[in-house]
Design a protein. Structure first.
Length: 113
């Protein structure tokens, strides 16, 4: 079973930045691709960033150029740097290992003026 603990969310004005962190345990972290997902009220959960075990990354067009995912294998951490935030980025953000079905509690990100 994977344990995932997200942190770093909060309130920010449009155009601002936040950095999310996810502590991962229970798996051989360096062997796993990881993703950041988000779910806004009334919407489906969606992938916003992925990083593969080799370090390659993927982003949907909605966040490309604004979000950057990274990982620290020795510390079993995955990060999401979010810049130029928009109100439509408001959601609960989750991290997840691609090969597992476990989710953490998520961290709320609110972008508003």
């Amino acid at each position: 079973q994977v344990q995932l603990v997200e942190s770093g969310g909060g309130w920010v004005q449009p155009g601002g930045s936040l950095r999310l962190s996810c502590a991962v345990s229970g798996i051989i972290f360096s062997n796993e691709g990881m993703g950041w997902y988000r779910q806004a009220p009334g919407k489906k959960r969606e992938l916003v960033a992925g990083i593969f075990k080799g370090g390659g990354t993927t982003y949907p067009d909605s966040v490309k150029g604004r979000f950057t995912i990274s990982r620290n294998n020795p510390e079993n951490m995955v990060y999401l740097q979010m810049n130029t935030l928009k109100p439509e980025d408001t959601a609960v953000y989750y991290c997840k290992a691609f090969s597992y079905n476990d989710w953490g509690q998520g961290t709320q990100v609110t972008v508003s003026s």
